[in-house]
Write a new protein. Sequence first.
Length: 643
Amino acid sequence: MNKFEQLGLSESLLKAVADLGFENPSEVQEKAIPLLLEKDIDMVALAQTGTGKTAAFGFPVIQKIDANNRNTQALILSPTRELCLQITNEIKNYAKYEKGINVVAVYGGASITDQARDIKRGAQIIVATPGRMQDMINRGLVNISQINYCILDEADEMLNMGFYEDIVNILSTTPDDKNTWLFSATMPAEVARIGKQFMKDPIEITVGTKNSGSSTVSHEFYLVNARDRYEALKRIADANPDIFSVIFCRTKRDTQAVAEKLVEDGYSAAALHGDLSQMQRDGVMKSFRGKQIQMLVATDVAARGIDVDSITHVINYQLPDEIETYNHRSGRTGRAGKLGTSIVIVTKSELRKISSIERTIKQKFEEKVIPSGIEICEIQLLHLATKIKDTEVDTEINNYLPAINSVLEDLSKEELIKKMVSVEFNRFIAYYKKNRDISTQSGGERRERDDRDGGAPRENNNNGATRYFVNIGSRDNFDWMSLKDYLKETLDLGRDDVFKVDVKEGFSFFNTDPEHTDKVMEVLNNVQLEGRRINVEISKNDGGGGRRDHNGRSSGGGGGFGGGRSSAPRREGSFAPRREGSGGGGFRSDRNSSAPREGGFRSDRNASSSSSAPRREGGSSERPARRSESFGDAPRPRRPRRD
């Protein structure tokens, strides 16, 4: 029996649920839907981004409105046009078997006349951004004086963007006896004020701990010198070959600059910020959802409508001013039950911010060392080998095999493998051999030692530790913590005996002290995981730093990444076809590149792309208005609203 059936949903909604492939409701859905269906109440629901809030209010509002009445009965307010459109599409999918229900999206950047005409034809549900909704009310183009339900989605984000006055004005034109449902990831003072002013004895439900981070997201930070921030970003990307990420910058200018540098260095990247036209934004998001773009560089405002379940990493290229903004950023990954990683690139002057975030999200950060060049080479080559192994062979290749065999017939199997892998290895090793080390440790300024390295301080450091390669990873539903627990349990080792666990998609690395080497090799090579044999081998690199001592210092690590863009290696480029045409915000540069990156695409410099969008010198800051918790004490003026 589908668990959605136990929530009280109608048959038509359950049919839509089945079509969408939903099997088990999320926690916020399980708590909110029965309450909202059972009685007419006001509700405050606190849940992280990506926990299924749209369905939590979408199903009840569809079931409770009168499809035979064409007047507007429900208003849903959301912070951005992207989120507005996303909610509209999801509501339409939920209501696909409900005859006569019309949903209209109202947002800036589109024709207000067309939107008014769609509403006049009959729209029981309006999904709107506050700015455009207020504009339509002022022009007399919409009537919400008789609505029964008002839903505020991502309420803290709307207020953070400067929409407080608009929301107050909009709610003031609605009936006093309506039901108000407020959904938010955090509860700052302004959200509480809205609830107190416009809600009557609201029922509050909380998923997890109030203002806490998601349990499906792990948090890491890399300490670097300020001048090495961009080089660290590239190396983090190279150490994660399957990265599909959002990179956050604080200003539009930085966002554009970082995206352009990444594209020039051969990465499939694009910028998303407020200076782009709606057409450019749509093009960027289409390419990102299609995974033509692996690294989306965005401002906080522009990224608020992003809802892509498969994002593997959120990278904070620069930390935001407010802790709550970090919480929203990290919520872009680890969605729909999947595991995700939130990474922060910090300098020594910013370390105190990490502790502030930890206290708020009630989760610990793990301090990591920038990967060495040798470690990146190994990761890339193992990823390449795994990809080759998993590649499905098209029978059309048979037509070309005789000619290929003729060229390669003098090579033995071993020679062929060496030459094939060297296509990648030669470029990477040549690049990293001649570049300096950029890794930095926090020492006693940060913490004694993080849990991933074992927990309690140890006198010995990385010298002599054995590092292993194992053929299980995130595709087997492991993150570093669960893999560490699995290894300790399987090997019957103590908490401190397994450390430096680094999980990739199809493989992982970990360390033990040398006295456990025989046991690791003997036990793990005779274990099967869900019918697949585990294979463990001793790795050639030392893990890029190993354990930290009681002062947080780390020995080992090496290789550097500080060369010019012209010599940067391209990942997996030799095996990926070029993609012609615009990527809606990113482009491939052929300068200094002997091979394209996988997933890359290129266009002429004059082609339409976000890189051609106007760049304002000293671009306007994307910092949000001051919130209830921040890193600084000085008040800041409220930033002008956008929708």
